[in-house]
Design a protein around this ligand. Sequence first.
Ligand code: PXP
Length: 248
Amino acid sequence: MFDLHLNIDHFATLRNARGGNEPNPVAAALQAEIAGATGIVAHLRADRRHIQDRDIALLKDAISTKLNMEMSTDDDIMQVALKVKPTISTLVPEKPNEVTTEGGLDVIKHLKHIKTCTEKLHDKGIKVSLFIEPEQSQIDAALEIGADIVEFHTGNYAVDYLKGDKNLITDHLNKISIAAEYAIENNLTAAAGHSLNYINIRNICQTISIDEYNIGHAIVARAAMVGIRAAVREMIDTIIKYKTFYNI
Ligand code: PXP
């Protein structure tokens, strides 16, 4: 059908604000699974600003869906992944002072290094997802590397969606759509993520064949108002309502 992976980083952000254990990101992950999330994303950053090493290990033991560990290819982070063995490692570029991931990986530029990391992760049975811009040349590089999944960066689409410029929105949708078709034709799983919310996801569902949606901030923000189960369920219902393409 489709996957909805909930990114739980900001439960950890909130917890860390007071240094205790509330809200507990693992408890949030379990609630999200009950509501129908088919995977949990957690980004172990170099500065450990939200998710901690312990969270990754606890999540691996506690959840029964997929653990999707978002990560850079820094050596110490790779060591954590190789030890914990998440279901999926999503490789992203990471800058120390960014508020959130700012764009896709340049797989072409870093092909050799990403290939080496991919091989190490594959040796442990971990699937590899590459967070990239929706460009054929980046997909070709992902294929050369042997990645399993490509996650298309939807952040720029979301920014232009807010501006309401119909031409720009259509351009983004076309670009992501062409990229997703190309990825799927080449037996990659097509994922999308970054800044997706209950409103801007509708166009994506209506026009693009996507297998996996990775969403954090919008669902966590809604959860503060209505609770985590309701927030996850609402996103799943939105996707079901608008989704036109299914890769069966
Ligand atoms: N996918 C990737 C690769 C990301 O870096 C992020 C942000 O951590 C997300 C998805 C989720 O983005 P958001 O929190 O804006 O939904």
